[in-house]
Design a protein around this ligand. Structure first.
Ligand code: TMP
Length: 208
């Protein structure tokens, strides 16, 4: 069986990280060697960049700096971990990838989309996921789940309603534009229902 590269996307508290765990468990049950990574992060360099990006002390960060830092973290992750894993037959599940940058920095922060797509090509070295699962939830649901978690918001979570609504619109626009790659999953339902859909889509992509 060929290794597959699957990415999971959604606004904060969409449930995608929980679903990453379910996909990993399912792959392992099939005996498929699998690597799970999260963005930003996954390498020593990328985790340091993550700390910079999420630190609430850095509220002066310009949107362009933010774009380049997320992209730098990704460039390192692709070269150090994702490409080598795929080359040695290991499937990769990524909790966020380049669509996060398009949605958050492009649609959310309003940066130029053409420039962002050029930066993606450089950062990812042209690597595209075999499938992207986008977990769609509304701002209210996201906020409710954040309140239930408690604790302080990080620098990105501190965005306002308008920001998250633009990010969601961005994801829906990406799903329409790249409809052969991006699958929309209704993330507002209970976890079991979402997991059933997730595994059905995963089975589909590995049987291709
Ligand atoms: P996480 O909460 O899913 O770990 O992601 C960290 C935050 O960073 C989350 O609020 C989404 C945001 N983000 C971007 O704004 N752009 C990106 O390219 C990535 C990967 C994440």
């Amino acid at each position: 069986m060929h290794p597959v590269f699957i990415t999971l996307e959604g606004i904060d508290f969409s449930g995608k990280s929980t679903q990453c765990g379910h996909i990993l468990a399912w792959f392992e049950a099939q005996g498929m060697p699998t690597l799970l990574v999260r963005e930003p992060g996954g390498t020593a360099i990328s985790e340091q960049i993550r700390a910079l990006l999420l630190d609430t002390r850095f509220d002066a960060m310009s949107p362009v700096s933010e774009l380049l830092l997320f992209s730098a973290a990704r460039a390192q992750l692709v070269r150090e971990r994702i490409r080598p894993a795929l080359a040695s037959g290991i499937s990769v599940i990524a909790d966020r990838f380049h669509d996060s940058t398009t949605a958050y920095q492009g649609y959310g922060r309003g940066l130029d989309l053409d420039a962002i797509f050029r930066i993606h090509a450089l950062a990812t070295d042209g690597l595209e996921p075999d499938m992207t699962l986008y977990y769609d939830i509304g701002y209210e649901a996201s906020l409710e789940r954040r309140r239930a978690r408690g604790g302080d918001a990080d620098r990105m979570e501190a965005g306002d309603r308008g920001f998250f609504e633009r990010v969601r619109e961005g994801y829906l626009a990406l799903a329409a534009r790249f409809s052969s790659r991006v699958v929309v999953v209704d993330g507002s339902r209970d976890e079991d229902a979402v997991t059933r859909d997730t595994i059905a889509h995963v089975k589909n992509v590995i049987s291709r």
